[in-house]
Design a protein around this ligand. Structure first.
Ligand SMILES: Nc1ncnc2c1ncn2[C@@H]1O[C@H](COP(=O)(O)OP(=O)(O)OP(=O)(O)O)[C@@H](O)[C@H]1O
Ligand SMILES: [Mg+2]
Length: 256
C-alpha cells in the first residue's frame, strides 16, 4: 500500500520519510505514535486528500484519489465531529449522500438504516447537534461516515474526547459492526489513529508504532487475540500484559 512514502510541506521540514506499510483488505490497523509524528498526515495521504512528495502510495493497486472515486469508497472520521449546527442529525448524516447526488428518498432510507447501527433513534435524528452530548455527536459523525457504505474507514482519534466508559462502549460497537460487515461479505479495511494503547489493542489486528522527526512506521505488532473481541477481553491477564508490552515498545520507539 505504501512504499518509501515521504511528505514535505512547502517550505517546511520533512514530516514523513521513507515510510513503508501494507494493509490487507479487511484488516484493522491502529496507528500509535507521538504527537506530531505524522499520523493525521499519513491518513490524509491514503485518503487522497494530499499527495505524498516522495515514494508511492496505492489503494487497491491505484492512486488514492482515483481509488476513492472509483472502486474503493472511503470514509474519514475526524477527531472533532464537525457537524453542521443548523442541520438536524438526520440531515447531517445524509450530507455525504446529498453531495454525491443520491436521490432524496434513497438518502432518507440509508439514514434510517444507519441509525440503529450506531444506537440512535428516530427521535434523536430530529435533534440538532447542539442538544446532543459529546458521545452522541461522535455517534452521528460515525453514522455519517457509514451511510455511504464505505470499504475503507479512516478514523483519526475519533473517541479522544470521550470518557473511558463511553470510549470502551464505542470500541465494542465498532468491533461488532465490523464483524457484521464481514458476515455480509463487505469487509471494512480500517486505519484507526489513537493515543490510547488499550483502545488500539482492543480493536486492531495489527498496530503500527510510529516514530517522529521525520515520521515513519518504526514497528508493526500483531495483536494476538481472536476477533470479534468482547468486553471480557479487557479483564484478562493476557490483555493487560499485552497493553503493557505495547506501551513499553512505544516508549522505546519514542526515545530512539
Ligand atoms: N498543512 C501543513 N503545513 C505545514 N506543516 C504541517 C501541515 N499539517 C501538518 N503539519 C506538520 O506536520 C507534522 C505532522 O502533523 P500531523 O498532524 O500529521 O501529526 P499527528 O501525528 O497527527 O499529531 P497529533 O497526534 O498531535 O494529532 C507536524 O509537525 C505539523 O506541524
Ligand atoms: Mg493528528
Amino acid at each position: 500500500m505504501g512504499r518509501g512514502v515521504g511528505l514535505r510541506f512547502a517550505g517546511g521540514a520533512e514530516v514523513l520519510a521513507d515510510t513503508h506499510f501494507e494493509v490487507a483488505q479487511g484488516e484493522f490497523v491502529s496507528l500509535l505514535g507521538p504527537s506530531g509524528c505524522g499520523k493525521s498526515t499519513l491518513l490524509r495521504i491514503i485518503a487522497g486528500l494530499i499527495p505524498a512528495t516522495s515514494g508511492e502510495v496505492t489503494v487497491g493497486g491505484i492512486e488514492p484519489a482515483l481509488s476513492r472515486q472509483t472502486y474503493h469508497p472511503l470514509a474519514f472520521v475526524f477527531q472533532d465531529p464537525t457537524l453542521l449546527p443548523w442541520r438536524t442529525v438526520r440531515d447531517n448524516i445524509r450530507l455525504p449522500l446529498e453531495l454525491q447526488g443520491v436521490p432524496y428518498a434513497a438518502q432518507m432510507a440509508a439514514v434510517e438504516a444507519s441509525l440503529p447501527l450506531i444506537g440512535l433513534t428516530s427521535e434523536d435524528a430530529r435533534k440538532r447537534p447542539r442538544s446532543l452530548s459529546g458521545g452522541m455527536r461522535m455517534r452521528v459523525s460515525l453514522a455519517r461516515a457509514l451511510v455511504t457504505d464505505p470499504q475503507i474507514l479512516l478514523m483519526d482519534e475519533p473517541f479522544a474526547a470521550l470518557d473511558d466508559v463511553l470510549r470502551q462502549q464505542l470500541n465494542e460497537e465498532l468491533v461488532e459492526l465490523r464483524a457484521n460487515k464481514l458476515r455480509e461479505n463487505k469487509p471494512w479495511t480500517c486505519l484507526f489513529v489513537t493515543h490510547n494503547v488499550a483502545e488500539a489493542a482492543f480493536m486492531a489486528d495489527r498496530i503500527f508504532l510510529m516514530r517522529a522527526k521525520p515520521g515513519s512506521i518504526a514497528e508493526t505488532i500483531e495483536v494476538p487475540f481472536p476477533q470479534p473481541r468482547t468486553a471480557e477481553l479487557r479483564e484478562s491477564v493476557e490483555y493487560a500484559r499485552f497493553v503493557g508490552q505495547v506501551s513499553r515498545r512505544l516508549r522505546e520507539v519514542m526515545a530512539r
